[in-house]
Ligand binder design. Structure first.
Ligand SMILES: [Zn+2]
Length: 300
């Protein structure tokens, strides 16, 4: 009864582990949450084991993990995560040995993209890009009707030559991530409205019709549009899904100016077909995507 099979999807975040039982259609049952143990790799893996064990039962056919890391799909190895002690781990082998089930592993942004494509705002697009605008910029691609399973760091695409320094460990300048995140919006809000302002207030003011707030968000959106225009030219992306905490909250203010600039930059006929849409699955995308990755491991 292949249609009845279920898998466990685990979305590992910097502050919480989100796990659930996922069906082939992306439906989630028994969704649970645990705090992420961050003091050592051993405690982190123990926390993931506990999440899986809590959900294991009859009919669980595979496990899928979304990790905030680069993942080498040939070896199943996870490399360097920013906020958690997961570095250079043979993650897929470790979990296969531990649980004796097929295991799929994917970068968390790729997993979320997979979920939006199969079950959310990206349905039926042949070429799709997803950008999650949160603390940073996460990105993923569906190319020619398949999830691109490599490294997709579109947040570190240059959109302003020699522009603002990027954040964290990135030594680059003028990257999308320096302009189009919630943190960048916090900074822009403070510049415009004083030290007490942040991105939440900026969006609230824009919702209330404040012209200055709308202008600030339009400025962020135009830079976003430059990046999207380049993605369209590179990958013929017909649809771009915008997610993430800031991206979803500010979407209505971002979409117009972003689309205008992206269409200006994109070559014809991709410019006319381009749609920019809001993510539909919100915080469930990573968990659902991890589940879908488990099904990929089950029937590659
Ligand atoms: Zn960067």
């Amino acid at each position: 009864m292949a249609g009845q099979e279920r898998v466990i999807g685990v979305d590992l975040g910097g502050t919480k582990i989100l796990a659930g039982v996922v069906g082939r259609d992306g439906a989630v049952e028994r969704r649970r949450e645990w705090p992420t143990p961050v003091d050592s790799l051993e405690s982190l893996l123990a926390g993931l084991d506990e999440a899986v064990e809590d959900l294991l039962g009859d009919g669980i056919a595979a496990l899928g993990f979304g990790l905030p890391s680069r993942v080498d799909q040939r070896t199943g190895r996870a490399f360097g995560s920013v906020n958690i002690p997961l570095e250079d781990v043979d993650f897929r082998d470790r979990m296969q040995d531990r649980f004796g089930l097929p295991v799929g592993v994917e970068n968390d942004a790729n997993a979320a993209t997979f979920a939006e494509w199969r079950c959310g705002a990206g349905r039926e697009a042949r070429n799709l890009a997803m950008l999650t605008l949160g603390t940073g910029v996460g990105a993923g691609f569906v190319l020619d009707g398949r999830l691109y399973r490599g490294w997709a760091e579109a947040g570190h695409m240059v959109v302003v030559h020699d522009g603002k320094p990027c954040r964290g460990a990135c030594s680059g300048r003028g990257h999308l991530e320096a302009y189009c995140t919630g943190l960048a919006a916090d900074e822009a809000a403070r510049d415009e409205f004083g030290p007490a302002a942040d991105s939440h207030r900026l969006v609230r003011l824009a919702n209330e019709g404040d012209e200055r707030a709308r202008d600030v968000l339009a400025g962020i959106a135009r830079i976003l549009g430059s990046g999207i225009g380049s993605l369209v030219n590179l990958f013929d992306a017909e649809r771009v899904v915008i997610g993430g905490g800031f991206g979803a909250a500010a979407f209505d203010h971002l979409v117009g100016p972003a689309l205008e600039v992206a269409r200006r930059e994109a070559l014809s006929p991709a410019d006319e077909a381009l749609e920019i849409v809001k993510a539909e699955l919100a915080t469930a995308a990573g968990l659902i995507g991890a589940g879908l990755v488990a099904f990929e491991a089950l029937d590659p």
